[in-house]
Design a protein around this ligand. Structure first.
Ligand SMILES: NC(=O)c1ccc[n+]([C@@H]2O[C@H](COP(=O)([O-])OP(=O)(O)OC[C@H]3O[C@@H](n4cnc5c(N)ncnc54)[C@H](O)[C@@H]3O)[C@@H](O)[C@H]2O)c1
Length: 410
């Protein structure tokens, strides 16, 4: 591999989704040759036409700027000095362990085009020990191939801001590799970059998301307790958080997305019997879509509603102001309803522009005209700014974002 001081190290980013694409675009700010690789030919053609697949503040502009600098998109893996792997890492539903098959597939292909003299940086979130278990055996005999782990911490909706400003961790086997990778990330990241060993870096990332999952589960459990005790959970959390050492997160209809609802399972899968709070938290958060259904049924009875087709779910994404629907609580709820043969509920999300569900509306006005009871599943800015349109409806606000007299809450 060439030295860091050499002009134009070549970096091949593998996987151009929510994480890989912005990372590749940001890296064009440094003095590197950047190649973005994804197996999805359609995605590559769209990127070559400067078209974004997901909406994110500032990304379209950055894509155009990057295309004017040194970046290419391709389905091929290329020989490079550094590889950054940002492919999916789901969990195996039965064992709860990380499904490392995408990462293994990517590294295997890298080794075919570059059998020696490169650094392979795994950015994908992986359970502690994944690199030792699955990746090291692959590079056995590939003299000069080095490994590092640089997990990503950004949140969709603020991707570019957080890529630039978050602190980050880099795990590497030697100081030399840690420093090389740190310098590359410093080409766009102004936050503190801590270097450590690979297994510690793997654990830190999973611990961060697990911490948030447990905190949300605590808020959700409090919600159920306060409902039983006829107390206002929001007032209780807000006021408890005035304590200088208390910071309870917000309750909600469930936890979705590709991180918080997935990564804690890795620890449950690898340490059954030890990961007790973690497992309980996962179960509490997974129970929330069912809890929302119970709230809907209570409110229907109280309000004398018996026609499910006049009920509407607002929000399909897993969080506000993004278009990512992976593991979304609304989809989890619809799947529970399907099992109970309940159908006909209406759905709308301003960020989902194509019809993916039978009873989905693409226009907000049409959606509101067809429902009497709206359940706010996601607190998109769009609905907060258009409260007048829904003011006379029955509303269940699962995100506590609507301030209208008489709104039901969790
Ligand atoms: N999305 C987030 O908010 C977020 C935040 C932090 C960390 N992460 C982690 O980052 C990783 C990537 O997540 P994402 O949200 O970007 O996923 P994504 O599904 O948006 O993108 C993954 C991309 O990888 C491509 N791909 C799959 N296998 C490939 C292969 N062998 N070679 C080339 N391309 C391949 C897919 O076509 C897809 O475009 C995951 O481990 C995730 O846990 C995600």
């Amino acid at each position: 591999m060439r030295n860091l001081g050499d002009n134009e190290l070549k970096i091949n980013i593998i996987g151009l989704g929510y994480i890989g694409l912005p990372t590749a675009l940001m890296l064009t700010k440094g003095n590197y040759e950047i190649v973005g690789t994804d197996l999805n030919q359609k995605l590559i053609s769209e990127l070559a036409d400067k078209c974004m697949r997901f909406s994110e503040n500032g990304m379209e502009e950055l894509l155009k700027e990057a295309c004017n600098r040194d970046i290419r998109f391709t389905v091929e893996y290329e020989q490079a000095d550094v590889y950054i792997v940002a492919v999916p890492t789901p969990y195996i539903k039965t064992s709860k362990k990380v499904d490392a098959s995408y990462v293994i597939g990517a590294v295997t292909k890298i080794l075919k085009v570059c059998p020696g003299d490169c650094v392979i940086v795994i950015e994908s979130t992986i359970s502690p020990g994944t690199i030792d278990r699955y990746i090291r055996p692959l590079i056995d005999g590939h003299e000069g191939v080095k490994l590092a782990h640089a997990p990503e911490r950004i949140i969709p909706g603020k991707i570019l801001f957080e890529l630039e400003n978050n602190s980050r961790i880099i795990g590497a086997d030697t100081n030399e590799i840690g420093t090389l990778i740190k310098t590359i990330y410093q080409s766009f990241c102004k936050g503190t970059i801590v270097t450590t060993d690979i297994r510690t870096a793997e654990m830190i990332k999973v611990v961060e998301n697990t911490y948030r999952d447990i905190n949300i589960a605590f808020a959700n459990e409090l919600t159920k307790i306060c409902k039983e005790a006829e107390l206002n959970v929001y007032e209780i959390i807000r006021t408890a958080n005035m304590h200088p050492r208390v910071n309870i997160l917000s309750p909600g209809p469930g936890v979705g997305g590709h991180c918080i609802s997935v990564d804690p399972w890795f620890l449950v899968g690898d340490y059954p019997g030890l990961a007790n709070i973690i497992l309980a938290a996962r179960k509490i958060n997974d129970s929330m879509p069912e809890y929302v259904l119970e709230r809907i049924s209570e409110i229907m009875e109280k309000e004398g509603i018996n026609n499910i087709s006049r009920i509407g779910l607002y929000g399909l994404t897993y969080k506000e102001d993004v278009d990512d629907i992976r593991e979304s609580p609304t989809l989890q709820m619809l799947s529970i309803m399907k099992k109970h043969l309940a159908s006909g509920i209406k759905v709308y999300d301003p960020y989902i522009k194509e019809k993916i569900l039978e009873n989905q509306f693409l226009e907000f006005k049409e959606f509101t005209e067809n429902v009497d009871f709206i359940i706010i599943m996601v607190g998109h800015k769009q609905i907060i700014e258009q409260l007048d349109i829904i003011r006379n409806k029955i509303i269940l606000d699962t995100r506590n974002v609507i301030e209208i007299e008489g709104v039901y809450r969790l």
